[in-house]
Design a protein around this ligand. Structure first.
Ligand code: PEP
Ligand code: MG
Length: 754
């Protein structure tokens, strides 16, 4: 970069700073800025286009084009050269603009007189805000240094737009973060709630994009990068156990933190007059826009790493940590890119809702949110950049929709929805002590799923008869090291005590797949859901399985105990697991410890193969629990965590239901109790159909017990059984509509079903 440009660029930023410091309105500031840029860069035209809505750009200020076209000239995203810059977030530098691909003639601007065109995106952290354009009569491509200077200016404009420096009349100059925004995400936990935004990681606010002392800024930047390097080195050399993935991430951090080119670019930006923070953000913005375009997964991961590293650097520079001291508002709705179960547990049940930019339905955080019945919407793209602490927010977990800063009509409609939800809850509460018995007298036992001590208080309030599935791995997942047997045993006895004599079916560790223990060496498996997981790990590493079984027996303290093994695929696996249990029982006898007064040993049926195990298996096992979540993914060969295929195959499909019916029949034939504990058990219509095909025990999240009970109590389950059989015999694959229609015709409105 030539010294002349460096000084020119710095001079221009100095002038910009003075212009921005003047006490003037947004429009005046913009007019002054375009004039300054045109003069400094010796171009006939300088224009600023800003977004007036998500896909329309508006000319907001110009030096050189017709003044009357300001706020009149508009283009769609991708339209003309300006639209192309905004869409691609890339510079367009054309010596002969009219012949450049995509050029669109705008007669009102008088721009046909200008030959050369250079447009740079005005963007902040991947968020496109507008386009800065310079044009000249003579046909020449702008030099690299000139383009660079424009990018630096665009960076400052982006920061100032974010800070509200150009607020004025009209949509394009409206203040950011004040408009209502609707996000469409995916449903992870149903329920609706209204509250105020509480950001998990508040954004760093850069209030000084331009520096007045580049030398001092360089010193600040170098100091911060050094602190960053040391902290990354410490992370890598520390005694913290890391999975290979984590090591890879931190190695990438180290690589970036030591990257000369990254540092050189930021140093150049600072020498040109940007503050250290703005220089970091400029690099971060660049990485984010490349992230949006990168097709290669490895590349995307590395750009994510760079993004995270930049955030760390910004926090070092500004002193703004994740704990900014912002008070948790009343009715907090947590907004985060993603969150781990441990962090979520720290917030506790005070949260009214959660919205994540990423997340997945099968993640542990989702399991925690579901257990607590906190409405959760995932895949809400862009919400962390749009939401501010304290903003009003409505989370509609039924639709997977989030209204940020809603207008009055939306708030009113949402209020009605909340009132309906409250009325429904009151109705369910009145059923708490009543059994789930159909009008025909058929009774279905409703149990709840749990995994944390904090879930147990829901047992009496939900109206469940017991805990049909206790996911023991959650306790392992939220710890930083392997729990000791004594700790586990103490925990399980507290669970048993809190259940007040109600049955708890403890499932032994189901780790692997997406549940990776932070302190266990992780395996790099091509397909972990079908890999080394659950009982497969238990049988290969029997020490852990035995330790857990021992803790359970000791916790039972001579009382009854129900244990089930996850992901049993073959009869022989069940026998092998039971043999481990027998060894533990023999040892406990030897030690003189009391054995359970009644020990039920069950298997989870989560793979189709087990449905075809020999009769002997069905006789040997004390009970079967159908893990519908896994079973469905293997039945349909559709990854339960993959949003692209997850919803493609319905539970209420003739093939799947016939298969489930086979399982029920095989259990009934030998008198082995069978229960269904996948998420579908908690959906009223699905629960009804499961009951109709013969399941007499269902286990679900606590909040579902009321709605399921409410429906089952209104229905003649014998007649429902006939209706389902007829639907299956009709040859129709999708029987959802048929059952819904039968229900409406014979019982009630479909509204109460959903
Ligand atoms: C299931 O697969 O249905 C189940 C209950 O287990 P998890 O969801 O924990 O895999
Ligand atoms: Mg499972």
């Amino acid at each position: 970069m030539s010294d002349r440009i460096e000084t020119e660029s710095r001079k221009l930023l100095g002038r910009l700073r003075r212009a921005l410091a003047e006490d003037s309105a947004g429009q005046e500031r913009l007019d002054r800025i375009v004039e300054l840029i045109a003069t400094s860069m010796q171009t006939e035209v300088c224009s600023i286009y800003l977004f007036r809505d998500v896909d329309t750009l508006e000319l907001c200020a110009t030096e050189g084009l017709q003044a009357e076209s300001v706020h009149k000239t508009r283009m769609r995203l991708g339209e003309g050269l300006v639209g192309r810059v905004a869409r691609t977030r890339r510079v367009v530098n054309a010596a002969d603009a009219p012949s450049a691909p995509g050029f669109r003639y705008m007669p009102e601007t008088g721009e046909e007189r200008y030959s050369s065109f250079c447009g740079v995106p005005i963007q902040r952290l991947g968020d496109a805000l507008g386009v800065l354009v310079v044009q000249s009569k003579d046909s020449r491509a702008f030099t690299t240094d000139e383009v660079y200077a424009l990018e630096v200016v665009a960076m400052v404009l982006a920061e100032m737009t974010e800070l509200g420096a150009f607020v004025g009349e009209g949509a394009a100059l409206s203040a950011r973060h004040q408009q209502p925004v609707l996000f469409r995400g995916s449903i992870a936990q149903e329920g609706a709630s209204a509250g105020k935004v509480y950001l998990h990681e508040p954004r760093v606010v850069v209030t000084n994009p331009i520096s007045d002392d580049p030398d001092l800024e360089l010193e600040r930047l170098r100091g911060a990068v050094e602190t960053l390097r040391v902290s990354v080195d410490e992370l890598l050399s520390g005694d913290r156990a890391m999975t290979p993935d984590q090591v890879e991430i931190f190695e990438a951090y180290r690589m970036f933190a030591n990257s000369r080119s990254w540092m050189r670019r930021m140093e150049a930006d600072v020498s040109n007059g940007l503050s250290a923070e703005a220089a970091v953000e400029k690099e971060q913005s660049l990485a984010r826009s490349r992230l949006g375009q990168a097709e290669d997964a490895y590349m995307r991961d590395r750009l994510h790493d760079l993004d995270d590293l930049s955030n760390r650097l910004l926090r070092i520079l500004t002193g703004q940590g994740s704990n900014t001291g912002a008070e948790m508002p009343e009715n907090p709705i947590l907004i985060a890119k993603n969150i781990g179960p441990g962090e979520l547990l720290e917030y506790g049940k005070a949260l009214r809702g959660i919205v994540l930019e990423e997340g997945s339905v099968g993640s542990h955080a989702t399991i925690v949110a579901r257990a607590w019945a906190i409405p959760l919407v995932i895949n809400a793209k862009g919400i962390t950049t749009e939401a501010l602490n304290g903003d009003t927010i409505l989370v509609d977990g039924e639709q997977g929709v989030v209204h940020l800063r809603p207008d009055d009509s939306v708030s009113t409609a949402f209020g009605d929805k909340l009132a309906m939800q409250t009325r429904a809850q009151e109705r369910y509460a009145s059923l708490r002590e009543l059994p789930a018995v159909g009008t025909c007298g058929t009774q279905v036992a409703l149990h709840m799923n749990a995994g944390l001590m904090a879930d147990l208080p829901s047992l009496p309030s939900s109206g469940a008869e017991g805990v049909g599935l206790f996911r023991t791995e959650l306790q392992f997942l939220i710890r930083s090291q392997m729990p000791k047997r004594s700790e586990l045993s103490a925990l399980y006895s507290r669970v048993i005590a809190a259940a007040h004599g109600k049955r708890v079916a403890f499932r032994t560790l189901d780790i692997g797949s997406d549940k990776v223990l932070p302190y266990m060496k992780a395996n790099d498996e091509p397909n972990p859901a079908m890999g080394w997981r659950a009982i497969r790990v238990g049988l290969d590493k029997p020490g852990i399985l035995r330790m857990q079984l021992q803790a359970l027996i000791r916790a039972a303290d001579g009382g009854p105990l129900a244990v089930m093994f996850p992901f049993i695929t073959l009869h022989s696996e069940f026998r092998a697991a039971k043999a481990e249990l027998d060894k533990v029982l023999a040892r406990e006898t030897k030690l003189g410890n009391p054995l359970p007064s009644n020990l039920e040993v069950g298997a989870m049926l989560e793979t189709p193969s087990l449905a075809y195990a020999p009769d002997e298996f069905f006789r040997e096992v004390d009970f079967i629990s159908v893990g519908g979540n896994d079973l469905k993914q293997f039945f349909y060969a559709a990854d339960r965590e993959n949003e692209l295929v997850r919803r493609r195959y319905d539970t209420l499909n003739g093939s799947f239901l016939s298969f489930l019916k086979t399982v029920v029949d095989r259990c009934d034939a030998v008198g082995t109790p069978v229960s269904f504990c996948g998420e579908d058990a908690g959906r009223p219509l699905e629960a009804l159909v499961l009951a109709a095909i013969g399941f007499r025990s269902l286990s679900m999240r606590p909040a579902s017990v009321g709605p399921v009970k409410h429906l089952l109590r209104q229905v003649d389950l014998v007649a429902a059984g006939k209706a389902v059989s007829e639907a299956l015999e009709s040859g129709e694959q999708d029987i959802r509509e048929m059952i819904n229609a039968w229900l409406v015709e014979n019982h009630q409105s479909p509204r109460a079903v959903t």
